[in-house]
Ligand binder design. Structure first.
Ligand code: SF4
Length: 358
């Protein structure tokens, strides 16, 4: 039933607010301004998700907030651990929507990979997340909950990549709001250079990111230098020429001062040939970017494969020979169910598992 005319919209949850707005919100519950700031610190700096653990707040205030302002809405639907140390969690939100987030070990600490939407409207032909299209956007708070869950599961982290399920460029209000909470000194105080924001560059998104201006690393998903093949692999950008998108990425570099990354998933016999490597090098000549080659993580239903290591290396070398900086990524989270969107797809028609409350 739709809300009656004049009904007040429900107040946003705390995690949908910037941490600097927490003191004003918590004043309605009788908290002093310094207690509102302390509460934000408990959450954003120490990863505490329950009011009861915030021992410097009065017990009566904690009890009331636990009832009336629960910090997280999701429950842990599934947790899977790969042999390489990657941990993937599947969160279930109150409406039944599910999103995945992954924590991966790295040389300097863990990297978290989070989702921005449930499903994805871009429908890349090699990706499990796009198979069923878009279910809905995630809110700022729901995006932050993934970070907080992984932190609770695995402790502190070093880097954050916005590269999970969904296209960030189609949900920028929530995504940039969540990143601002993590970057702000009253939030997690995470250095922007430790954040990577991935996008296929839908119309308007890169200009918006440039105007936002935080020096995060932009990761532009390209997958082919040839527009016809790119449009087939990434149907959601079929009205956009790659050159137009690259010119906008150049503007992000001009505004933010950080070189951007070209993401290129290597698909066997599709986009992994030496002429295709040379065409990519030509497109990127003179640009301030780094190429990240990602050998494909096969998804059973989709029929694409990963090139053998020699082909991966040859592609990388062809790019390096032109002077481009290139990383050939080793695959993490590559065990059963671990590729992007696979956990959710396995669960999507299954009844809720014995969910662990937050
Ligand atoms: S690869 Fe990214 S943009 Fe493409 S369908 Fe999957 S989640 Fe969406």
């Amino acid at each position: 039933m739709s809300a009656a005319r004049g009904d007040a919209a429900p107040a946003p949850r705390l995690l949908d607010l910037h941490p600097r707005a927490w003191p004003e919100r918590l004043a309605a519950y009788g908290a002093q301004p310094f207690q509102g700031r302390n509460a934000a610190r408990w959450v954003f700096r120490r990863g505490v998700l329950q009011w009861a653990q915030m021992t410097d707040l009065p017990a009566s205030l904690r009890a009331r907030l636990e009832q009336e302002q629960p910090l997280v809405s999701a429950v842990l639907d599934q947790r899977s651990e790969a042999g390489d140390g990657a941990v993937k969690v599947l969160l279930r939100y109150p409406d039944g929507a599910r999103a995945e987030a992954v924590g991966m070990p790295g040389t300097r600490g863990r990297t978290l990979c989070i989702s921005t939407q449930v499903g994805c409207p871009v429908r890349c032909v090699f990706c499990a997340s796009g198979l069923d299209g878009l279910e809905r956007n995630l809110s700022q708070g729901e995006i932050l909950e993934q970070v907080l869950w992984l932190r609770r599961e695995q402790g502190d982290f070093h880097r954050l990549v916005v590269m999970g399920m969904g296209e960030a460029g189609h949900n920028l209000d929530a995504v940039l709001g969540a990143l601002d909470c993590l970057i702000d000194t009253e939030g997690s105080d995470l250095a922007p250079r430790r954040i990577t924001l991935s996008t296929v560059g839908p119309r308007g998104a890169l200009q918006r990111i440039a105007a936002w201006g935080r020096p995060v690393t932009l990761a532009l998903s390209v997958h082919s230098a040839d527009d016809a093949l790119r449009h087939r692999l990434v149907p959601g950008v079929r009205t956009r020429a790659l050159e137009e998108t690259l010119l906008e990425a150049d503007q992000v570099f001009a505004r933010c001062g950080r070189e951007y990354t070209i993401e290129y998933v290597l698909l066997k016999d599709v986009n992994d040939s030496l002429p295709q490597a040379r065409a990519l090098a030509l497109r990127l000549r003179g640009r301030r970017c780094h190429v990240n080659l990602i050998p494909y993580n096969p998804v059973q239903e989709l029929g694409y494969d990963r090139p053998v290591p020699a082909v991966q290396e040859a592609f990388a070398e062809a790019l390096r020979a032109t002077g481009l900086p290139v990383t050939l990524r080793r695959s993490l989270g590559g065990s059963q169910n671990a590729a992007c969107g696979q956990l959710r797809r396995r669960q999507i028609s299954a009844p809720p598992s014995s969910a662990e409350p937050c």
